[in-house]
Design a protein around this ligand. Sequence first.
Ligand code: SF4
Length: 883
Amino acid sequence: MSKQVKTTCPYCGVGCGVLAELDESGRVTIVGDPEHPSNHGRLCSKGAALADTISYDGRLLYPEINGETENWSNATNHVAMKLKDTIAQYGADSVAFYVSGQLLTEDYYVANKLMKGFIGSNNIDTNSRLCMSSAVAGYKRAFGSDSVPCAYEDLERAKLVILAGSNAAWCHPVLFQRIKQAKLNNPDLFIVVIDPRQTASCTIADMHLAIAPGTDNILFNGLLVYLNDHDEVNQQFIKQCTNGLDKAINAAQKHAASVEVVSGLCGLANSMVSDFYRLFSRTERVVTVFSQGINQWSYGTDRVNAIINCHLITGRIGRPGMGPFSFTGQPNAMGGREVGGLSNQLAAHMAIENETHRELVQEFWQSPLISDKQGLKAVELFEAVHDGRIKILWIIATNPAVSMPNADFVREALSKCEFLIVSDCMRNTDTTQYADVLLPSQTWGERDGTVTNSERRISRQRQFLPIPGQAKPDWKILAQVAQNMGFNEGFNYSDSLAIFKEHAALSGYKNNGSRDFDISYFEKISAEDFWSIKPVQWPVTAQHSDGTTRLFSDGQFFTENKRANFIPVLNHQPANSCCDEFPLVLNSGRIRDQWHTMTRTGKSATLSAHTVEPYVEIHFDDAKTGSIEDGELVMVTSQWGTIVVRAVITQTQRLGSVFIPMHWNDQFSSKSYCGALINPNVDPISGQPEFKHTPVSITRYQPSWYGFLLSRRKLTVHNSSYWAATRGRGLWRYEIAGQDKPEDWAACARSLLCQHADQVEWVEYFDSAATRYRGARIENGHLESCIFIGPDFNLPERDWLSNLFTKDKLSDVERHSVLTGKPARGQKDAGKIICACFNVGVNSIIDAINNNNIKTVDEIGKLLKAGSNCGSCVPELSSLLNK
Ligand code: SF4
């Protein structure tokens, strides 16, 4: 009997509730959970396509040592002995863990306990360092604790929502939909987007402040000065609940004394800045959402505090519909913060530098020692691996060979590492290739535990799939290694519930309201209640057993004198400035339908249809300066590396800035991982790298030929100096280009597409003068594969050809049209896919708009279904309507 299980989406920090069902035939159905308070049944395209990503294809199923399959006992013993010997010889700081916001809280808790409590080093850091550690540092400086004060319902109760450095439409789509719906319900809700780029989030914006990159601290400092100068302040709150306003004002006045100065530095019109300031000052219920566009700078922490300062001066915090609200990137970035997954934090929001906290945790864990020295933060950690200070690195559930800045240096570090352990659910990632030991982890749908989303809401992830091979939960692998190292007592867990209860008990241990993170209500939770626990926002205590919607309602903070701190924010410049050699600013980030390094979402044809290839967005005038044409391949170079990607020329990009998505890896392209370009400079407080500002140059790649390949089978592409692969419906698609021309195109193409080329039906066309080759292999009446080569990138559109692969048999007309690459007259080409859920192409949408005089997205939905499911494509539909 199939059974529907309530669980949580494993992608972004929205933390949407999911109903998952596995039926007897093995089919998985995923829908949004209407009872989950974060999403009320909504899912974005990624959540809706989760079923596509559940396959054992490419999974790591057995432990391996040096490429040979091993049993668990030998593998964990080998790891334990290596750790013990190395620590004995070089000390505890010679080993490190690099973990992930993908882990469940229980996995995170055990990893942190092993490293900080029992190994005795704080060298455990997480990939959450890359996305929200500046938010953590900013909150801690202001509030004395890493406390996100708001709840999602504040977005609906606000009168002004500011999206600062947040493309929520693509990165937190369900929250974007909630904001959009709130605006429909309340047309007075005003929305401001602050972003150098005109992103999809701008489709609902009443005001878009396209600021010069890296000037948001100036904009918010100017706002602080404006509020102070115009007496738009909450004197009572300032007096009773805050410290240090004067110093913050003095610092802000140094570079943001007037609207005119701010406008000049931010590259905005005076009127826009003064309109924004007036709007903020006159609207009591303001939520300022901030995300990676604020955090990912060499002074990201200051940017966070510049925002918080404006909420403190107006007292707009702790009440419905207001507050500075960090949207976290990952599904359990918040859970990682709770257990101390960052190298400069202790468990349960306690501080390494606080002796009382160290003693308290040590006493609770009954652990041998806790170091008073902060551990290495991500960038420093890989530097220490590179120079040999770290001898053993254990990477769990993350792919730093792609995602870290200066990724080629990180790859070098991994290749030099004396002993590298990688726990992952996938066998072949850019990182696993360097591992000495591979440990197969259970993944979403197989594991059981908790995650915490951006609004402090703890939800359950539950198992509903069978466990493949010998995959184990990460907490179990860590506990086994810990026990093999001799730490029996501390790691004798029977299940994730036992860990959750211990985590809850630690949060309440000697707390008495002195620390923000307290879920002590759960320390004795039964197995039955743990199974059925409802999503709840911490703190959850005996007094607040239903959780806590928002923090600081009483104006009391977690600083020494219980008052929030204003932080003076200076005008910092990015670590590296543009110059003649690198004249453009690279900004990196997410796209709508991919997640992180594509190991999961790259499996879905639905999700891959939206963006098929790595690309760089360039402003029209910058492209003109470089004589770059839309659609050609370009080399993007920084001081740290070079990649090759497709040029997309657009007016939505700010002049002088370019954008590259962060997702592509070596499994999906020849060399397009954006991390290779990114500068490794970090925020001095948070250690978060500056992903939003790397000076780059762009030049034409100029291969001697371009091409593409569509095939029902996965191929190994050769003869190409550039390739990018993506899954389509029933096919693999390869974009290719090369410097060397083969002597015989037909032989080359046939060898690529087929081992027994002579026995199958081929149709071919070759114009040797123009170096234009087209070939198709037809088998049993259906199109098996095709290849198109030409001297430039002006090749036929791929969408119509791709659709032919969904057919069991080509019609005569289709067969005759294959080599032209376009439908015969009278036949339709749907065009590039916009709606991933219903596979609706741009041409179909434009035709529908024109032929039916359509004026709204709803009308498109009624006619074509596009935009009527997850809603992720709604911003693009709106933009097509506007055009
Ligand atoms: Fe998952 Fe999308 Fe919800 Fe994020 S918004 S949790 S990716 S369904």
